[in-house]
Design a protein around this ligand. Structure first.
Ligand SMILES: N=c1c2ncn([C@@H]3O[C@H](COP(=O)(O)OP(=O)(O)OP(=O)(O)O)[C@@H](O)[C@H]3O)c2ncn1[C@@H]1O[C@H](COP(=O)(O)O)[C@@H](O)[C@H]1O
Length: 108
């Protein structure tokens, strides 16, 4: 397995494969069984833990929390019927659009 951004696609395929699996044998299947609210709660928790790590830990701690956050975000995408490709397309659409210009355009 190559260690690059394709790991997200591979992990997403694993996560999709856990939909409908036995919750006793898979943490991902357990999350799917508990439903969207639980998945959303975990995304929020892991986001907060990443933010806390940003101000209290070094790169290794931030890395570990980021991995937890990305995993739970991918579980959310799968549960919502969203594919990584759709998110990549949204990021690609934004390429070249300055965040400052975009914010100003919303002020009307
Ligand atoms: N990348 C991950 C991954 N990252 C984090 N986690 C789990 O996410 C949980 C987060 O930690 P917490 O302490 O917040 O969890 P917790 O307190 O047990 O959870 P709750 O009680 O809040 O639900 C831990 O149980 C971690 O093991 C992950 N679980 C699975 N994966 C990947 O998903 C694959 C499939 O996993 P299973 O579905 O378990 O087979 C694995 O091979 C991995 O590649």
């Amino acid at each position: 397995m190559t260690l690059d951004a394709r790991i997200l696609e591979q992990l997403f395929a694993t996560i999709q494969g856990r939909q409908g699996a036995d919750p006793d044998s898979s943490y991902t299947a357990k999350l799917f069984a508990k439903g969207r609210k639980k998945i959303a709660q975990k995304v929020g928790e892991e986001g907060l833990e990443t933010a806390i790590a940003a101000v209290s830990e070094g790169p290794e701690g931030i890395c570990a929390e980021s991995a937890d956050l990305l995993y739970h975000l991918l579980v959310l995408w799968a549960d919502a019927g969203l594919t990584p490709e759709q998110v990549w397309a949204e990021l690609a659409r934004r390429q070249g659009i300055s965040g400052i210009d975009e914010k100003n355009s919303r002020k009307g």
